[in-house]
Design a protein. Structure first.
Length: 196
């Protein structure tokens, strides 16, 4: 027997009010000297949202003897493929604590993707081409972005306090930095400063 329409209305209203609670928030990341941080990873952890995934897929290719993209942000549990689009073979590796990778010399696409099952930052390299470097930033949230040239990323977030994880290429520590974001009911722009 189908559910009566009047029984569905409270559920629809509750879901609608959850969506209405989200407000646009622009997060700007700055360095210790106040400069905007372009190309940094920023992730917002919202209470009650799933931290890990079992279905997400991503890719770090090799083209013109470079990794592309050089900064990939994924949710914990994402399967990442490493296709080689070059005519030369590459050997992808990482000795990072969150994921050790050793994909021997190959062309094409390895048969098995690499599942990034721990949060943190994995530095990638190629044993054949030393100038090839990239990073995979793994976060326990589906809410993440890479900052633009003004160091900004925009999200739709519920008002309140949220945990933030951030990382920028070139920072001294390979660890994700933990910050707090206070989202006002009206949304707006919030500035967060990363340590060096």
């Amino acid at each position: 027997m189908p559910t009566p329409l009047h029984a569905l209305i409270p559920t629809a209203l509750a879901l609608g009010s959850l969506a209405a609670q989200a407000v646009p928030v622009t997060v700007q990341l700055r360095g210790p000297n106040g400069q905007p941080l372009a190309g940094a990873a920023v992730a917002i952890e919202i209470k009650g949202r799933v931290g890990k995934t079992g279905t997400a897929k991503a890719e770090v290719g090799q083209r013109d003897r470079q990794f592309t993209p050089q900064l990939l942000i994924v949710q914990t549990g994402t399967a990442v493929n490493f296709p080689n689009f070059d005519t030369v073979r590459h050997h992808v590796y990482s000795f990072s604590p969150i994921k050790v990778i050793d994909i021997k010399l190959y062309t094409g696409t390895p048969t098995e993707p690499v599942v990034f099952d721990k949060p943190g930052v994995a530095a990638l390299g190629c044993n054949i081409h030393d100038r090839m470097t990239a990073h995979v930033v793994v976060v326990d949230t589906p809410v993440f972005a890479r900052t633009d040239d003004k160091g900004q990323a925009t999200f739709d977030l519920p008002a309140g306090e949220h945990a933030v994880k951030a990382w920028r290429p070139g920072q001294k520590s390979p660890m994700l930095q933990s910050l707090t974001l206070d989202v006002p009911a009206a949304g707006g722009t919030r500035v967060l400063t990363l340590a060096d």
